[in-house]
Every structure is written in C-alpha cells, then in structure tokens.
Design a protein around this ligand. Sequence first.
Ligand code: PRP
Length: 188
Amino acid sequence: MIHPDIESILISTEEIDSIVTRLAAEIDRDYAGDDKNLVLVCILKGSVVFMGDLMKKITVPVQIDFMKASSYGSGTTSSGNINILLDLKRKDIADCDILIVEDIIDSGNTLNFLIDHLMRKGARSVKTVTLLDKPSRRAPHLKDFNPDYHGAIIDDVFAVGFGLDYNEKYRALPYIGILKPEVYHTEQ
Ligand code: PRP
C-alpha cells in the first residue's frame, strides 16, 4: 500500500534489493583478500537503512562505523560548509579501507568533504558508495565528482523513503517514492 503523501514509487522495494545485491557483489570483488580491512562508514541518518541491507549482503569481512555531518547555510541547496557532528574515533584508522555509505549525493559537497577529512585522518583508502545520485544537482566545482559505486541515477525529484526524509518523516518507507508537491508546499 502506497503512503498517501507519495505521488508515485520511483524505486520499488524489489528494485532496491537487486541494486543492493549488485553493489554488494561489486564490493565483494574489490575488497577480497587478506590485505583488505573493509570498514563501512554510515553517514547518519539517511544512510542507515541502505547500510543495514548492504552489510548483510557483503560476504568479505567487514566492520561498521558511523559519522554524522551537516551542511550549514540557508535554503535547500547545500552551502559547501560541512560540520562534522559525529566523527570517527578509531585508533586503527591507518589500517582501514573505508567505504563511505551514503543514501544520496546531491551537490556532492558532503562526500567531497568527508573523503578529504578521512584521508587527512590517515585512512589507508577511502571510497564511496551511494544508493542514489542526482548528478544534475552537482555544485559547479564538483561537476566531475562521482562515487566509486553507484546505485541508481535519478532526476531532480523530491525522493523520500528507505532512509530519506522530508522534515524527518518517511524514512521508514520500504521504497523510494516521490513526495506529492502539496505536502512540501503546504508545510513550507
Ligand atoms: C543528505 C544525504 C547526504 C547529503 C547529500 O543528508 O544523506 O549526506 O544530504 O547532499 P550533498 O551532496 O548536497 O552534500 P542530510 O543533510 O539531508 O541529513 P540526513 O541524512 O540526516 O537526512
């Protein structure tokens, strides 16, 4: 049953499942071997549902960790100024092959900042996986920025569900849906 605030389903539960299966297989292939120490870093909060599904499908040894970042500024477009609200506190970071897990890339500012931040902290390697990507929203200086592993490329629509929110709602929907415009027009 579709939620009454959802206009249409963009990516169904079944489609998400096959996307996550594919991504896990790609990650398994690239992180196989005793010389790898894969650490999935979930960027709270939106990535938590994707992270939970992805880690279950990865078969190589994996550890998990969490970070929280927020961009500050006004309006709906990310400012590029990123605050780290929860940082990694690992002492073994020099031995970690970090894979940052994101639900969505929009301007690219958050991921671009986090990659640099984790490399500066001394991680052995830092790669990125995103469930959704909106390349049309990329900041001008990040036009060529791409994640290492891609779920689905989507248009510039208001996507919610499977971790993604609007005003903290809809994160628990088991699919990615497009929010009805009247929902965000009446609440803004
Ligand atoms: C979203 C998303 C990314 C970021 C992407 O998080 O999870 O972290 O925005 O945007 P960018 O590419 O323009 O930087 P959000 O700040 O909405 O927080 P949330 O995950 O807690 O909902």
